[in-house]
Design a protein around this ligand. Structure first.
Ligand code: F6R
Length: 610
């Protein structure tokens, strides 16, 4: 949520800031802006359009400079409007702006601070919580920006990553983080700040990941970090290899399409070259932890939560361990009965989702010390906070709707299931070999499902004129139905609900008419006959069925029943394959409706606020 870029250099830094914002646009796109130091003053350009338009406006405004900050916004306080767009300036009465600041996060005590700052004469131009930080830095400034920012953050409650610079110290940018991500990019006589190393790909690959409470002083040839107590600290510099090409679209129309088609590679990479199952895949000491636990508690949000729901079916069926799956934002605020022998598993693409992180900390505060994360970002807070981890290798996911992150999470969770089963002596060598064979073949099997795209496009054209859709699944395909409904609603804005097919007659059947498509996930498994009866219930009410069946199941197209067959039934891993057509259906329906697929309205990737 919200992307930050900052730079201090000896060259015009505008192109680096704009390029960085383009790469961070997935974090929010309500508005954007850049502020630079030029000719002794602070100048800025802000826009409620996209970063590409901001770039054109910057060129028209002839904005350039060697020190600057930039921001792409996902609005929390104050509507998406130019006056609420960052960077925010602070000026003393009758003076030109002295401080420029960008922020990602939420300041919880901003009202109290605003009253205080208005009391000493600061005039507010926006409804944002961010503007209080700019004025507070200005208020506390007495010639040393680093000092003023350290004093400022001591007064802030909530989550923030900030980048700030001052007209009076033009070769300096100061950053701070608490609960929201911020990295330093180390250059040659120039230094950078960003919400994500991806923003700096092609500029520098030397990255320092700041910790919560850190304040960093960036000058041309100096990076100085102090921790929350004001003590100087050294943080490791990592060489990260994010090819600038990972943000390129290539032959695809949208990042979402590119990422759907990357899944054979992403799943293959996530499996690495694993020869055999061992708990140590999840970190040193995993065997001892897996032996010690008697249940699993999965915490996640959105699509990651649906991955957790699918894993519950696998773990309970194969490893025979009871699993509870909780929506993180609910779990953290409800009274629950903690079990210290539970393994707490968080699932997160970004590793920085505020609700999931808070739920993890809540679980730990209740005495559950065994924690494991399945996460796509090795350097994220989630990985740092957990005892054990499995890093999915989806690669950077830019489309706001999660696709390859989901299927790689499922892949990792299946490995976890096998490792848990093994520690309980519930996995024979023959079973392990069979599961490994199926896993190794998975990338090719996904490739075969992707080849169904033309058939799915034909369906999407029909869905495009609908306003509602129902998704049905049973057993471990019910969470996949939920994921299919979420994908459709978030990018095509068609209202979609998912139900376990057996629940239909208990209420939702009342909604079924010829104008509501009913998408049914119908793999050839033990529940297929039951599911067929549910499908008849829909047909008898005139409902139109769109069925994803397996190649070897006896379901055929008929009046009111359209069938697309996946090439093969894939046993326990079938949920992964059945996800793919649902992603393609949502994607092509959204394209047919002309929505902004990669940046759906009101949403952003990496939900770092509550
Ligand atoms: C939906 C989607 C979201 C995320 C959710 C959790 O397509 O992307 O529902 O799954 O915000 O995000 P992570 O996995 O980063 O914790």
């Amino acid at each position: 949520m919200c992307g930050i870029v900052g730079a201090v250099a000896q060259r015009d830094i505008t192109p680096v800031l704009v390029e960085g914002l383009k790469r961070l646009e997935y974090r929010g796109y309500d508005s954007c802006g850049v502020a630079l130091y030029a000719d002794g003053e602070l100048r800025r350009t802000r826009s409620t359009q996209r970063v590409a338009e901001l770039g054109e406006q910057i060129a028209q405004d002839k904005l350039s400079g060697f020190t600057g900050i930039a921001h792409t916004r996902w609005a929390t306080h104050g509507a998406p409007a130019t006056h609420n767009a960052h960077p925010h300036f602070s000026a003393l009465a009758n003076e030109k702006p002295r401080i420029a600041l960008v922020h990602n996060g939420i300041i919880e005590n901003y009202e109290e601070l605003r009253t205080e700052l208005e009391g000493v004469g600061f005039v507010f131009e926006s409804q944002t919580d961010t503007e209080v930080i700019a004025h507070l830095v200005n208020h506390l400034y007495s010639g040393d920006l680093f000092e003023a920012v350290q004093q400022t953050v001591r007064r802030l409650l909530g989550a923030y990553a900030i980048a700030v610079f001052c007209r009076d110290e033009p070769h300096r940018v100061v950053g701070a983080r608490q609960g929201s991500p911020l990295v330093v990019g180390v250059g040659n006589n120039e230094n950078f700040l960003a919400s994500d190393a991806l923003a700096l790909a092609g500029t520098t690959d030397k990255i320092i990941y700041l910790e919560d409470g850190d304040v960093v002083d960036l000058q041309l040839s100096r990076v100085w970090i102090v921790d929350s107590e004001g003590k100087s600290v050294e943080r490791d510099t990592h060489t990260v290899s994010i090819a600038s090409g990972s943000a390129e679209l290539g032959p695809y129309r949208h990042y979402m399409q590119k990422e759907i088609f990357e899944q054979p590679r992403a799943v293959g990479d996530t499996l690495q070259d694993i020869e055999s199952i061992t708990p140590e895949l999840f970190g040193d000491g995993a065997y001892k932890v897996f032996k010690a636990i008697d249940s699993v508690l999965i915490l996640a949000c959105g699509t990651s939560y649906y991955a957790g729901l699918t894993a519950k079916y696998w773990i309970e069926s194969i490893a025979k361990i009871p699993v509870a799956v909780e929506i993180a934002s609910e779990y953290r605020y409800r009274d629950s009965v903690p079990n210290p022998k539970s393994l707490v598993v968080t699932i997160s693409q970004s590793g920085e989702t505020a609700d999931t992180l808070a739920a993890l900390k809540h679980a730990r505060s209740l005495g559950m010390s065994h924690t494991l994360t399945v996460c796509n970002v090795a350097t994220s807070a989630m990985v740092r906070e957990c005892e054990l981890s499995y890093i999915t290798r989806a690669g950077v996911e830019i489309g706001v709707a999660s696709t390859k992150a989901f299927t790689t999470q499922l892949t990792a969770l299946f490995l976890l299931t096998l490792a848990l089963a093994q520690t309980r002596d519930l996995l024979t060598e023959a079973e392990e070999a069979e599961h490994m064979k199926a896993l190794r073949h998975l990338p090719a099997a996904i490739g075969a499902v992707l080849a169904l795209e033309p058939q799915i496009m034909a369906w999407a054209d029909r869905f495009a004129s609908k306003e509602n859709a129902l998704f049905l699944g049973r057993g471990m395909h019910y969470p996949i139905a939920m994921e299919g409904a979420l994908k459709l609603k978030e990018i095509s804005y068609i209202h979609a609900e998912a139900y376990p097919a057996g629940e239909l007659k208990h209420g939702p059947l009342a909604l079924v008419t010829a104008s509501m498509p009913v998408v049914t996930i119908a793999p050839r498994d033990a529940l297929l006959e039951k599911l067929k009866s549910n499908m008849q219930e829909v047909r008898a009410r005139g409902g139109e069925l769109y069925v994803f069946a397996d190649g070897d199941s006896k379901i055929s197209s008929a009046e009111g029943m359209h069938v697309i067959r996946l090439p093969e039934h894939y046993g326990k891993l079938s949920p992964i394959l059945h996800t793919i057509p649902l992603q393609l259906l949502a994607y092509h329906t959204a394209c047919a409706r002309g929505t902004d697929v990669d940046k759906p309205r009101n949403l952003a990737k990496s939900v770092t606020v509550e």
